[in-house]
Every structure is written in structure tokens, then in C-alpha cells.
Design a protein. Structure first.
Length: 142
């Protein structure tokens, strides 16, 4: 959707995956696997490989308008709030296009309380290793 945050993320993945440059349609799975989004067999293989990745002890538990984040991290992690379109709200040809990305803050492990922003569409809270690394936990909100 040409968001500045998407461009920043795509540039980050260029470095992370040692690519020659950003490209479209790129797909990234759990911050650990990437491939061209228009190659179904490669997408399926990347999904399978990402699913087989190492589990984490990072947990997100919602209680009303807040979330408790617990677990350990090997280093700095970022907490992201992502809004996207699904169902009748999505009038594009893209699956779940992202409409907004907000960095909630950093996390170094341990326990943290997070106040959730308002969700006007479909939203997800993502905990990801800094530098667009491995996704440690996600929590769909709506």
C-alpha cells in the first residue's frame, strides 16, 4: 500500500536477507523466510520452513484494552501495532493489505503492560526482534 513504514521495513529486509535491493511482490514469513509473492510453490515452501522454526516463550495475554507481554528475548525487540483490511472492508485484490503501522515501543524481555490503541479495522500486536528479525509473538485483536 506504499506506506512509508512498509518501505522502511522492505529496506530492512534487504539488509537482513542480503538482497540486491527491494522488490515487489515480496513476502516475508515470521521475519525468517522471504520469497517472491507471485510464486506459489516458493511461498508454500517458505511458509512450511517458517512454521518449523524454533518456538519462543514470549506470550501476549489480553485483558480488556490492555495486554500483558511476558517472556525472554535474546536482545532488543520491537512491539508493533498493525492495522489491516479483511473481509468486506478489503476492496483491493491483495490479501489483508496493511493500512497503518505504529511502533508501540521497545522490549528487552520480562513483563510489560501494553495499552492497546483503538482498532478501527482488523489489528494485530506483533513482538519482533529488532531490525525486522524473527517474530516472537503475535496477538490478533479484531
Amino acid at each position: 500500500m506504499a506506506l512509508p513504514e512498509s518501505k522502511d521495513r522492505q529496506r530492512g529486509y534487504v539488509e537482513r536477507f542480503s538482497l540486491r535491493g527491494p522488490y515487489t511482490p515480496q513476502t516475508v514469513f515470521n521475519g525468517t523466510e522471504q520469497t517472491a509473492g507471485n510464486k506459489p510453490s516458493k511461498v508454500a515452501a517458505a511458509i512450511d520452513k517458517a512454521k518449523a522454526g524454533e518456538a519462543t516463550d514470549v506470550r501476549l495475554k489480553r485483558s480488556g484494552k490492555s495486554v500483558t507481554l511476558t517472556g525472554t528475548s535474546d536482545g532488543l525487540a520491537d512491539i508493533w501495532w498493525v492495522t489491516y483490511l479483511t473481509g468486506a472492508d478489503n476492496t483491493s485484490k491483495m490479501p489483508n493489505p496493511v493500512t497503518a503501522v505504529q511502533q508501540i515501543g521497545p522490549w528487552l524481555g520480562g513483563r510489560a503492560e501494553i495499552s492497546l490503541p483503538e482498532c478501527v479495522a482488523s489489528c494485530v500486536l506483533i513482538v519482533q526482534e529488532a531490525g525486522f528479525g524473527r517474530v516472537l509473538a503475535t496477538l490478533p485483536v479484531r
